[in-house]
Design a protein around this ligand. Structure first.
Ligand SMILES: [Zn+2]
Length: 301
């Protein structure tokens, strides 16, 4: 617990990793299978990608367990393997991050359940709580250093995930980030949660870091970070996509270059952002560029 929180209290600025989906597809993730399939069937591939992010300078490396709740795995007929998937994903990243004192931390990803909660849908908050609790327990037992709840849009679901993490992994820090989009009144999740509501709701539930991930690129992330850092009493994390997703043929491409992303990093750090990483479309090259920008800023500060 102390490794991460101590560094944040000292004022360290940390670098997250980049996207996993593209890396997994380049290494033979079968069409129609979720990223979690790779942790089950070819964990050595997870280790290889994690190593690329460690070498690029990431302080935290994410596990490909975003869809590792029973709800999401059931969509792919993988529910029976949920324990093995979550455990093997953590263990594979751990092998890449090594055992040194200053090694990168294993950041265990927990994404949305994919269910619509009552009153919009038919799933109760208790049911998602249970699914998150079960996943988090496995991630923690397998050796995760922190729980990374991400890409959330429903605040009830996100706070259930934070509470489940605090109950089932009481020794681990919890980072919780939501995805915001611009609309004429400001930045909101697709479920209508404002940045301010997210910040206070997540921190009240017990999150040790709050913030934003995914979305539509660095330009908007700087504006979101301004609102986050104005309202948050806990450290702020941002992990933007590499720009606006564009459809080309049957694939989605992200065109923000490592240089363009890194150019905005000083603004984030000036605002007080504690952790900068990448989401969809970001690569080891993006992480390397962000690392250089963070180190240059810290050398000046
Ligand atoms: Zn994303």
């Amino acid at each position: 617990m102390e490794a991460l929180l101590d560094r944040l209290r000292r004022g360290d600025r940390l670098v997250g990793d980049g996207a996993w989906g593209t890396q997994l597809m380049q290494r033979g993730l079968p069409e129609g299978q979720p990223p979690e399939w790779m942790a089950l069937e070819r964990p050595e591939v997870i280790e290889e990608i994690a190593r690329l992010y460690v070498e690029a300078g990431a302080d935290l490396v994410t596990t490909d367990t975003f869809g590792g709740t029973s709800f999401r795995l059931a969509l792919h007929g993988l529910e029976a393997e949920k324990e093995r998937i979550n455990r093997q994903a953590v263990e594979a990243v751990r092998r890449a991050t090594g055992s040194a004192e200053d090694r990168a931390l294993v950041s265990a990803s927990v994404g949305p359940s994919g269910r619509l909660l009552e009153p919009y849908g038919d799933t109760s908050p208790e049911a998602v709580h249970e699914a998150f609790a079960e996943q988090v327990a496995t991630l923690a037992e397998a050796g995760a250093d922190l729980i990374c709840i991400e890409t959330m849009s429903d605040l009830t679901e996100a706070t259930q995930a934070v509470r489940a993490a605090k109950e089932r992994a009481p020794g681990l820090p919890v980072m919780a980030t939501m995805t915001f989009e611009p609309n004429p009144r400001g930045y909101y999740t697709v479920m209508g949660v404002s940045v301010e509501q997210a910040v206070s709701g997540l921190a009240d539930a017990g999150a040790d870091l709050v913030g934003s991930n995914c979305g539509i690129g660095m330009e908007h992330m700087v504006a979101i970070a301004r609102e986050l850092t104005r309202t948050a009493r806990v450290p702020v994390a941002v992990q933007p996509n590499a720009g606006l997703p564009e459809i080309q043929g049957d694939t989605v491409v992200y065109k923000e270059t490592p240089e363009a992303m890194a150019a905005r990093v000083p603004e984030l750090l000036d605002l007080g952002v504690a952790l900068v990483g990448g989401c969809c479309g970001t690569t080891p090259d993006h992480v390397r560029a962000v690392r250089r920008a963070v180190d240059a800023w810290c050398a000046r500060a």
